[in-house]
Write a protein that binds this ligand. Sequence first.
Ligand SMILES: C[S@@+](CC[C@H](N)C(=O)[O-])C[C@H]1O[C@@H](n2cnc3c(N)ncnc32)[C@H](O)[C@@H]1O
Length: 360
Amino acid sequence: MTVPYARQLQSKVEDCQQLLSGFQSLEFLPPQASNEQGFRNKAKMVISGTTEQPTIGILDADGHGVDLRNCGVIAAPLRAVFPVIEQFIHDLKLIPYDVPKRKGELKHVILTLSDTGAVMVRWVLRTKKHFVALRDSLPQFLEQLPRHSVVSVNFLPEHKAVLEGEEEIILTRRSTLEFGLNGVPMHLRPQGFFQTNSEIAAALYRQARQWINDANPESVWDLYSGVGGFALHCAAEDRTVYGIETSTEAVEAAKTSAQAMELEDVHFKAQDATEFALNAGWAPDAVIVNPPRRGISAQLAAWLNESDVQHVIYSSCNAKSLARDLEWLDNYTPQLARVMDMFPQTSHYEVIVKLERKAA
Ligand SMILES: C[S@@+](CC[C@H](N)C(=O)[O-])C[C@H]1O[C@@H](n2cnc3c(N)ncnc32)[C@H](O)[C@@H]1O
């Protein structure tokens, strides 16, 4: 965080160029810079300390709370919610979970901010002990949150280093946080993935849409589609689009957006991306992949290589797995790459690459 922003960005570009230096054909476009602060639309906060003096932040190496509510990367409207969280911890006598002692109830609070100013607040509890208190105080809680906010409770009974459990109860009538990105209405449900920097996510989807529209394919698959950002941005008349994603929550959210946009030929399916591709029985003109850090599977890469897919767009948050996957995709020429600074003040970045099938 002591490195000036321009230098941070430059070193990310150099890191990416070095990792992808084996691809001589690749031209780097100017990187997409982010705001240096207040860019995170998500705050995943560990609650520790006591009911009277809770900490909202992270844990130190010994499992004790470190307060981070003034952390500069978190969007200001989310930081404004922390005093409300603290007040409710006091008023409802919520007991923070003590990791070393394995005692207590309230483990985490996960906040997400929409461009409309609304927030999603997810209380992560160990057991149902505080559930009724949180449910019954919802009207008072909502009074202190921006309009159209969503509140839920998640249960994580196990003592393990993860952020949330499987069971989630939405307390508000509204079950999705509505987001507008480039005029595309997106919907976020509590357990669906969403890019953490809205400004850069919007730029990423614009870049993909531009490359897709330049190629003008009749059919596009968006693999690892999350809540459908790429698929929804690439929808067009006379174009069939499929978004494939394992999280049923995210798929439901994506379908809600497609309905709201009255898109009849945009389809979302909850399935493993590789399984979908290998069993589809047809290949589209273009494929967008945006996998988790591990990258795409060797089988998916092999299928793409042997398919009739002409255009591939690969958006990656890990240039190391990207470099390996581009080696596998050797029937394609990587042409353009652009570093998108999704994660300022860290060494991480997103990079989007445009590939074209080599002439036979
Ligand atoms: C980096 S996120 C990208 C999400 C989305 N493209 C976006 O822009 O928000 C990766 C997504 O892949 C999903 N995923 C993980 N493994 C998968 C698999 N084997 N098949 C399909 N989707 C998968 C995750 O649930 C997550 O939503």
